[in-house]
Design a binder for this molecule. Structure first.
Ligand code: RUB
Length: 319
């Protein structure tokens, strides 16, 4: 596969959800940009930059909601160097740093999150989040989890991935349909979900249905915990941009005989949970209240407005 084919193929994998989940998409994009840079044969620095920009845009234009993809691409694309060789080694270094960031974050998130779970807990999760599962798995290892309720997560049924993953590790799990969340909420001690994006004002964007679970948890006074690496925080929202909610094909929701009727079908993939419904966000740098999202974006991701209102970006090292 040549360099261009590699990126086109990667973009298709993200679009078709063969590679899915905010953390996986981000890591995959960083890996692909690294491979793409390595494969480029040009010795002309301008041409090299142009090709890198094309690859970055192609990957970015796949799924609009998870800011982890933007942050991954932006991190790798903040490369330096004059010659092609210098640029390449800067890209490789930055991609490796980002990949390490993804890998290491889950360990801390698991440990910090598990501390918030009491012994004998019944925990509910939604969709399939590697960050949320790192909390659940660590809490289980510490003997704190009695049962995990996993939602089916229509229409793509990522809940099946979750139950397979938990069952393969011997963790007791109960699969429920999304509409059974409120029915079971009184049996739940804690909800743990992942994040596609956390906005500057502390709202959570995650798989469609998350906000209903949060609503139901609040009503039943069940703690609602979000597991989110700091690269899930959105710098763009600090500058006023609204998060784009991906709407996917109607075919994911209904079979042809239903679609052939004269009806409209809407299929939003994500929804917004306001910060008032969130007890804590577990990140790799600690358990923070949603109100601290602005500080994470500023201090951790290094985004700030310059004196003349220009956006300055100076990502830090993440070791
Ligand atoms: C996946 C989803 C997950 C987040 C967090 O949506 O909403 O909860 O991406 O996952 P989709 P992770 O299946 O549409 O990509 O913690 O693994 O990043």
């Amino acid at each position: 596969m040549n360099a261009e084919e590699l990126i086109k193929d990667a973009a298709n994998k993200i679009k078709s959800m063969e590679v899915r989940g905010a953390a996986r998409i981000a890591k995959f994009a960083a890996e692909c940009l690294k491979k793409f840079a390595e494969l480029l044969e040009t010795t002309n620095p301008d041409e090299f930059d142009e090709k890198m920009n094309w690859a970055a845009k192609t990957l970015l234009n796949t799924r609009p909601t998870a800011v982890s993809l933007y942050n991954a691409i932006n991190y790798v694309m903040s490369y330096s160097g004059e010659s092609v060789d210098e640029k390449k080694s800067s890209i490789i270094k930055r991609a490796d740093e980002f990949i390490e960031w993804v890998k290491n974050a889950h360990k801390n998130i698991g440990e910090f999150g598990a501390k918030r779970i009491k012994k004998g807990s019944v925990v509910m999760t939604h969709c399939n989040s590697s960050a949320a599962l790192s909390v659940i798995k660590e809490a289980y290892k510490q003997g704190k989890i009695e049962m995990v309720f996993a939602t089916e997560s229509r229409p793509r049924r990522q809940g099946f991935i979750t139950v397979k993953e938990l069952a393969s590790e011997g963790i007791p799990v109960t699969l429920i349909v999304d509409s059974a969340v409120r029915y079971f909420m009184n049996e739940i001690d804690c909800v743990v979900v992942g994040a596609d994006t956390i906005t500057a004002n502390g709202a959570l964007i995650n798989k469609i249905g998350t906000s209903q679970i949060a609503l139901s948890a609040k009503e039943a006074r069940v703690p609602f915990m979000v597991a989110a690496e700091t690269y899930k925080f959105s710098p763009k929202t600090l500058f006023g941009e609204l998060v784009v909610i991906e709407e996917r094909d109607a075919k994911e929701v209904a079979p042809p005989e239903i679609l052939s009727l004269n009806i409209k079908v809407r299929n939003p993939a994500f929804d917004v949970t306001p910060r008032d419904y969130i007890d804590v966000i577990i990140t790799e740098i600690g358990a923070i209240p949603p109100e601290m999202a602005y500080l994470v974006i500023k201090e951790r991701l290094g985004y700030a407005l310059g004196e003349r209102g220009e956006i300055s970006i100076s990502p830090k090292h993440f070791d």
